[in-house]
Design a binder for this molecule. Structure first.
Ligand code: WQD
Length: 337
């Protein structure tokens, strides 16, 4: 069976992918700089899978470290999650985002080329689409990201498209996430932001568990059913199953292909709050605030292309997403601390 290097392997998505790929029979190696994750995840992965994959603490930009990993392990492919991902932070610190996400990924690709490893699935994002106006995003839409974070994702996609155009041996899947939420049903791994959460679900979970006092809902005057923002939330377990399907399909689909990973359904902020109240059996106090700059009213994934090409579609509904997110948070009120 193949050995896959998972960059960002102790992070939220990376750790769920680690469990998923181990359960599917792959050997894995983990690389993470622990800048937004915790080494405690490694023990949780071992508890869930009975395996303790090799772990390297470090950066994707560290070429000598990448050489060491490739020289010690027969890496046949890469699942690339490592990256900074806070939109607002990227506006304040663009150079840090370009150096980490773009230059780091280019260094990773150079190491892959040097060691003859040309299979990669990349953690991209729906933010590469920008604000196309249409609510259902299709993979053939033009890419027009509107913030530095989204531009780093589009730039890494461009690097990978150019690599595949230059060398037909490369096989790449660009996985464009919508809004990942939820946690492994065991409640042993989940989303554990190190700072105050930017994203809706971990913020609601922190209010529900009592570490934050009130949810601020950014805008209730959008042209949506209840006036609050609508997004395509996808269970992290569905998301990583999509990665497994995309990796397995690489040998069938040479070149560089983009896939939306979403449910195709939108949910409003107030619908998410209501689902959380139902799952946690407690109120979630909230206050309406002005719209957050850069937010769009509504968007979600068109899912036909991914379903047809990968034979994958999301299985879990919003209530299951919220129940699993709450199960993780109530059992780990301080995350991995
Ligand atoms: C969702 C909705 C907010 C927080 C971002 C990134 C995207 C991806 C997912 C990386 C919106 C509202 C939020 C809060 C709120 N990350 N909200 N109060 O902005 O859709 O996407 O995270 O790939 O790249 O752009 O996610 O969870 O921040 O917001 O009312 O405290 O919840 O206005 O309508 P977003 P989000």
């Amino acid at each position: 069976m193949e050995t896959i290097l998972i960059t960002g392997g102790t992070g939220y998505i990376g750790s769920h992918a680690a469990v998923c790929f181990l359960e599917a029979g792959y050997q894995i190696v983990l690389l993470d700089n622990l800048s937004n994750s915790h080494a405690a995840v490694l023990q949780r992965i071992a508890t869930l899978t009975g395996q303790s994959p090799p772990f390297y603490r470090g950066n994707i930009a560290d070429a000598p470290l990448l050489d060491e990993i490739f020289n010690h392990h027969k890496i046949t492919g890469i699942a690339h999650f490592a990256g900074l991902k806070a939109v607002a932070e990227s506006v304040q610190q663009p150079l840090r985002y370009y150096q980490n996400n773009v230059a780091g990924s280019a260094t990773l690709c150079a190491a892959m080329q040097k060691h003859g490893c040309k299979k990669l699935i990349f953690s991209s994002s729906a933010t590469v689409y920008g604000a196309p106006g249409a609510v259902a995003y299709t993979e053939d839409m033009p890419l027009a990201p509107v913030n530095p974070y989204g531009r780093t994702k589009r730039m890494v996609e461009d690097i990978l498209r150019d690599l595949c155009a230059a060398d037909s041996d490369w096989r790449v899947a660009l996985l464009r996430y919508f809004n990942p939420v939820g946690a492994h049903p065991s409640g042993l791994i989940g989303e554990a932001p190190q700072a105050v959460p930017n994203n809706l679900m971990p913020y609601i979970a922190a209010v529900a568990v009592g570490t934050l006092p009130v949810l601020h809902i950014f805008g209730n005057d959008y042209p949506t059913a209840d006036g609050t923002g609508v997004r395509d939330y996808i269970h992290v377990q569905d998301l990583v199953a999509g990665h497994l399907a995309a990796y397995a399909a690489l040998d069938k689909h040479p070149g560089c292909t983009a896939y939306n990973l979403g449910t195709g359904k939108g949910a409003s902020v107030l619908e998410v709050v209501a689902a959380f109240v139902k799952a946690a059996h407690r109120e979630i106090p909230y206050q309406f605030q002005p719209r957050r700059p850069g937010d769009l009213a509504e968007y979600y994934a068109a899912v036909d292309f991914t379903r047809e090409k990968l034979g994958w579609q999301a299985q879990f509904d919003l209530q299951k997403m919220v129940e699993d997110h709450w199960n993780w948070q109530k059992n780990n009120p301080k995350g991995y601390l």
